[in-house]
Design a protein around this ligand. Structure first.
Ligand SMILES: [Zn+2]
Length: 498
């Protein structure tokens, strides 16, 4: 049986204000080509690179999040090759002393080894003009990148995609990168080979076969697709008795959804790596300790805590923690709800746990599906949403104590979203509180019976499915303020007793 062996190389653009080795602003702020350039990032003779301290801190932070060892001494090297978008004729990168190495990231039950993470500068960008000429835009030249290399520990394209998504989330939690693949803040090359296992699970032949490197993967979806395509292509080669015998490089072609062979991969020797003589060795121990003490809570820890502390379902906790701003909002909501939970003094220990769980489910239901839906309709998100955590928590207590039913709740939530007002005021304004007075509900039911005499007659004649329509009428009559269950029961009593 064939199995796939996959490793990833990810380039993460660090969110610094200036470039890796000069004071130019990074290219995201540039409006016109060759706007953010200077002698250093255009490789003028005699110019000297000065490493960006913030980029080094960001690299260390990411290394710590990936459980890496941070180098006590780290240095920069020149990686030599010739290409029009590389003004110096070499790229400043890190060869044998990267800032971080030997780490891992757990994905559920799986542990993915991190070989290394090193700093380097991005190249410029070639622009192919309509006039048939190629132009070079140096705005991107010198942008700080962190290259993260994994062990070949992925057994499936899905795992590779899940890893990329977790990496993006970690980068966002740490504030080191926006990690937006569509904007090129995160780029991925994937290495893949196949190998054979016998029926007992033993590896047949070589453990690792010559690999194919797939370049230019520009979205999470394409990470999965490109690898699926390669597995299919290589499986056919294996089945034909001619598995890949040398390492090759292929590019992902979005238009045809296939990979195409590119130039043969240069060996390390071709790059003639040597130490960058203009930058001293970096002593990182103190900086690493400072960064370690400043590390925020990471997504995996936050998800576990949200489930444990607040009683959220694992899947809800995951969805909430996928957005750092939503996670902060939720945290504040639960801290507001704590007082309300503590006021429920008539509950025993078991009842308190059940109540906490009920509240957690109300929060996730109203936050993710209902508020999430309303925000999606208005193309806003939690950052631009006018509802503050205090008001949302108050809203949840109104629902939890059944002072507000769900259809009236939706109206209140919509108004809160419009103007940021608090739910109690909206309920008073719109008279949306649940009608608890049975006399008042009875009056509404009476009006429904009177206004729908025809339907009532047909119901009594055996068309019992009309009950739903009549309940609907009662909800409409009360503008959603009666409890549907109570309306149903009272309607049944009235309909059965003419
Ligand atoms: Zn510059």
């Amino acid at each position: 049986m064939l199995e796939s062996v996959i490793g990833l190389e990810i380039h993460l653009q660090l969110k610094t204000k200036t470039k890796m080795f000069c004071g130019c602003a990074t290219h995201d702020s540039a409006v016109t080509p060759n706007q953010n350039v200077c002698p250093v990032c255009t490789g003028q003779p005699g110019s000297l690179p000065v490493p960006n301290e913030q980029a080094i801190r960001f690299g260390i932070r990411m290394g710590l999040a990936l459980h890496c060892r941070i180098a006590e001494a780290s240095k920069f090297d020149r990686k030599n090759y010739f290409y029009p978008d590389l003004p110096k004729g070499y790229q400043i990168s890190q060869y044998d002393q990267p800032i971080a190495s030997d780490g891992f990231l757990t994905l559920g039950e799986k542990r993915i080894g991190i070989t290394r993470a090193h700093l380097e500068e991005d190249a410029a960008k070639n622009l192919h003009g309509a006039d048939g000429k190629t132009y070079v835009d140096f705005n991107r030249a010198g942008t700080p990148l962190l290259e993260i290399v994994t062990e070949p520990d992925f057994a499936s394209p899905q795992d590779a995609k899940a890893f990329m998504q977790e990496l993006r989330l970690i980068a966002r939690y740490l504030g080191v990168s926006d990690a937006d693949m569509e904007k090129g803040h995160m780029r991925c090359d994937a290495n893949i080979s196949l190998r054979e296992r016998d029926a007992q699970g033993g590896i047949v032949g070589m453990e690792l076969h010559p690999k194919t490197e797939v370049k230019n993967i520009n979205s999470f979806r394409n990470v999965e697709r490109a690898l699926q395509h390669e597995i299919k292509r290589q499986t056919e080669l294996w089945n034909a008795g001619s598995p890949p015998s040398v390492s090759t490089t292929r590019g992902w072609d979005d238009a045809t959804q296939t990979t195409k062979e590119q130039r043969d991969k240069e060996g390390e020797g071709d790059y003639r790596y040597f130490p960058e003589p203009d930058i001293p060795v970096l002593a990182l121990t103190d900086m690493a300790e400072r960064e370690r003490s400043r590390m925020p809570e990471l997504p995996a820890a936050k998800r576990a805590r949200f489930a444990d502390e607040y009683g959220l379902r694992a899947e809800d906790a995951r969805q909430i923690c996928d957005d750092p701003a939503l996670a902060d909002f939720t945290e504040n909501v639960f801290s507001e709800l704590q007082a309300w939970l503590e006021s429920q003094t008539d509950l025993d220990a078991e009842g308190a746990i059940a109540e906490r769980r009920r509240l957690a489910n109300l929060v996730s239901g109203w936050l993710l599906s209902k508020l999430g839906g309303l925000m999606a309709e208005r193309t806003i998100d939690i950052r631009t949403c006018k509802i503050n955590p205090e008001n949302f928590a108050e809203f949840i207590t109104l629902i939890a104590s059944r002072k507000l039913n769900s259809s009236a709740g939706l109206v209140v939530l919509g108004t809160m979203l419009d103007d940021g007002s608090d739910p109690s005021h909206i309920m008073e304004d719109k008279r949306l509180g649940a009608i608890e007075d049975e006399g008042a509900i009875a009056e509404i039911i009476e009006r429904v019976i009177e206004n729908n005499a025809d339907m009532v007659e047909r119901y009594r004649g055996g068309k019992t499915e009309l009950l739903q329509v009549l309940i609907g009428q009662a909800m409409k009559e009360s503008e959603g303020t009666v409890d549907a269950k109570i309306a149903r029961n009272m309607l049944l009593v009235r309909l059965e007793n003419a």
